[in-house]
Design a protein. Structure first.
Lengths: 502, 178
């Protein structure tokens, strides 16, 4: 009951004309940027984060929630109409959504995506209201060694599950961890890897790193490859669904939500995994199996719901443990940090009003999105027609503005460019970006937890392992790390048996 | 991670035929170098022991540096065995596809120019130049329109964000005029 009261208080603090206006601006700007080809939700948030810097934290997070949902919604519009998924999590939407658009059913695809996102977002945010405090209650009992174990699990999980190559995942992670070391050591005040550059003393700003890796890299990558050929853009028609579409969408929405929320909350499950799972499920249970691959509405409704639900699910570990499990949550975490707020079990105690306002604004943002944007889709679609030179120039423009605004120093613009080029190289070599970002954000925290554990044990290494929780986590860790070896051994064994049999 | 271009029909069976992607050795070299740099830097941190921090700032970077070097070796082994990266979206990284380095280089130049002059000329002028320059490099032929868009965008962001929302953008030489 306490939670509901706190949530109602959160609503009460939003429902002022000024705050509603901020939410509205957030949703609108988020959609506008998210709808641009190539810009997914994570990039949208990273790009728009700096515009909230001049605000009070409460207002900033209200706007943030709007940007969050607006960006996701904009991304699905792009996938359906343009066959360019904003990020991996919308890649599945393209499969059926773009086919539907080709068949002249773009309006229905957009409608089921929008309404499904709303339904899933609302249910998942409700689930968040109840699950997060329970997670916090559990997390509060954990000590420094347990946290260290959780962080190590997050490192290994993001590096080894996402993407196909563990080596490349760990490469990304290690580079991120090294970047996290740069700056003044929090405990002793000694400089590490700063090479006497004063601007490096505070470390590299995660917002600048992310904007560089996502936005600048994206603009450069597209600029380097975009040659000739305009993208095909299909007319939208009326955004509307008939009875049959409603009937066919309802099940997928619910199943998508059920799949998305829990899997979204697990480190390294990630939204792309949940959307894919939802797609496969829908294809299996559908009565219209023959339509899959030709534009089945279930294939849009399910994954889009799963996408939104998993985004809300990802907020559970982010708020309760300070653990980002996907790129969007990582940037949200960076946003908290830029206000000097550290997500984690103490967050609900210290910044209770702020957290509940954020959760309440998730509901509001979701609703505003549905009410305002569904009729406005034809206008958003016009943004898809912005010629590429202006689009990329605009991305570079806004990225520079944001990066400069973080610390008001031109040095960050060079950092931004360097990371844009690093991102370019990573993409060229197929190295995933998320482990790097997780490394930059969590690396320093993990080091602090490790050193705190050792402080408590007086330097004895046994202090690094705590209670049953950390043992359990190290067990999981061992399984993840040993898994490829087990598979290898089994393959060898079966091959050996074949030769013996023969 | 985004896929700019649609998942084109060039994935079928090419993994089997393509030659080893040797450029990846640069990544291994970079990783090994990074490891060495981190270890060297850490070893130069003056010894510092405090009762409240038994291990000090050294061990973590040294461990990371060592891991970098070990990983670089594994990476090189993987490349030698024909391993190649695969993007998150499932699309194979395609080293053969031509890449327009000239455009990238010019964009970087404009970007650096912006960083150099932003404090002096201010956001409105520097930002306009950034947008205008990038648009022209990327092939915009409508010179007047692009310039108008650049100036409008800079002025709008300056008034909207810097003055309206308190975001820290510099006025530069136009201080007092804007």
């Amino acid at each position: 009951m306490d939670n509901l009261n706190a949530l109602l208080e959160g609503f009460a603090s939003i429902l002022t004309p000024g705050n509603l206006l901020i939410a509205l601006i957030g949703v609108t700007v988020g959609t506008a940027v998210g709808v641009l080809p190539g810009l997914g939700p994570a990039m949208t948030i990273a790009l728009l984060l700096p515009i909230t810097y001049g605000m009070e934290p409460t207002q900033a997070f209200i706007m943030f929630a709007g940007i969050f949902y607006g960006g996701m919604y904009g991304g699905s519009t792009t996938s359906i109409l343009l066959n360019t998924p904003g990020q991996a999590s919308s890649a599945v939407t393209v499969l059926e959504g773009f086919k539907m658009a080709k068949n002249g059913r773009a309006g229905q695809a957009l409608a089921t995506a929008a309404i499904g996102s709303f339904v899933a977002g609302t249910i998942a945010t409700l689930a968040l209201v109840f699950v997060t405090p329970a997670t916090v209650a559990f997390a509060i009992s954990l000590g420094a060694p347990d946290y260290l174990a959780i962080m190590l699990l997050a490192f290994v999980a993001t590096a080894s599950v996402l993407g196909s190559s563990r080596i490349r995942g760990f490469t990304s992670l290690l580079v991120g961890l090294v970047i996290g070391v740069v700056g003044i050591d929090a405990v002793t005040g000694q400089q590490r890897l700063t090479y006497g550059v004063p601007q490096l003393a505070d470390g590299l700003d995660i917002v600048v790193v992310t904007v560089g890796l996502f936005a600048v890299c994206e603009a450069l990558w597209l600029a380097g490859r975009a040659r000739g050929g305009r993208d095909e853009l299909f007319p939208v028609g009326r955004v509307w669904m008939g009875r049959k579409d409603w009937k066919r969408s309802l099940g997928p929405w619910m199943r998508g939500t059920a799949i998305g929320f829990p899997f979204g909350a697990i480190p390294a499950g990630g939204a792309d995994f949940t959307t894919f799972l939802s797609y496969i499920t829908e294809r299996r249970v559908s009565k219209h199996k023959d339509e899959f691959g030709k534009g089945a509405i279930e294939g849009v409704a399910g994954p889009e719901a799963a996408n939104n639900a998993s985004a809300a699910g990802a907020l559970v570990p982010m708020l309760a443990l300070g653990l980002p499990v996907n790129a969007t949550a990582a940037i949200m975490l960076a946003a908290f940090q830029s206000y000097g707020i550290q997500p984690g079990p103490l967050l609900f105690e210290r910044e209770s009003a702020l957290v509940w306002t954020l959760i309440a604004s998730l509901f509001i943002g979701n609703l505003l999105l549905l009410v305002l944007n569904l009729p406005l889709i034809p206008i958003w679609v016009k943004l898809l027609r912005i010629p590429k030179p202006y689009l990329f120039a605009g991305i570079l423009f806004f990225a520079s503005m944001g990066a400069y605004a973080v610390n008001a120093q031109p040095f960050d613009l060079f950092v931004l460019l360097v990371f844009g080029l690093v991102g370019l190289a990573m993409r060229r070599f197929g190295i995933p970006v998320l482990p790097l970002i997780v490394g930059v954000i969590l690396g320093p925290i993990a080091e602090r937890q490790a050193r705190m554990s050792l402080q408590l044990s007086g330097g004895d290494l046994s202090g690094l392992v705590g209670g049953p929780v950390s043992w359990a986590i190290y067990g999981i860790l061992a399984v993840i790390l040993a898994w490829p070896l087990v598979m290898l051994a089994r393959r060898r064994l079966s091959r050996h048996r074949e030769t013996v049999d023969a | 991670m985004t896929r700019a271009e649609s998942t084109e029909q060039r994935q079928d069976g090419r993994a089997a035929r393509t030659p080893r992607d040797r450029a990846q050795y640069w990544v291994c070299a970079f990783l090994a170098l990074l490891g060495v740099l981190v270890i060297v830097d850490a070893s130069q941190i003056p010894a510092f022991t405090a009762s409240n921090d038994p291990i000090g700032p050294k061990p973590v970077p040294i461990i990371l540096g060592a891991l970098c070097i070990v990983l670089a070796a594994f990476y090189a082994l993987d490349v030698a065995r024909g391993g190649r990266g695969e993007a998150e979206g499932g699309e194979a990284a395609d080293p053969d596809a031509g890449f327009d380095w000239r455009t990238i280089g010019l964009l970087c130049a404009v970007f650096i120019a912006n960083a150099l002059v932003i404090d002096w000329l201010g956001w409105v002028i520097a930002g306009s130049l950034l947008f205008y320059g990038s648009a022209l490099i990327l092939g915009s032929k409508r010179y007047v329109l692009a310039l108008a868009a650049a100036v409008a965008l800079s002025l709008a962001t300056f008034y909207g964000f810097a003055i309206g929302m308190g975001v820290g953008l510099p006025a530069g030489v136009l201080q007092g005029i804007l």
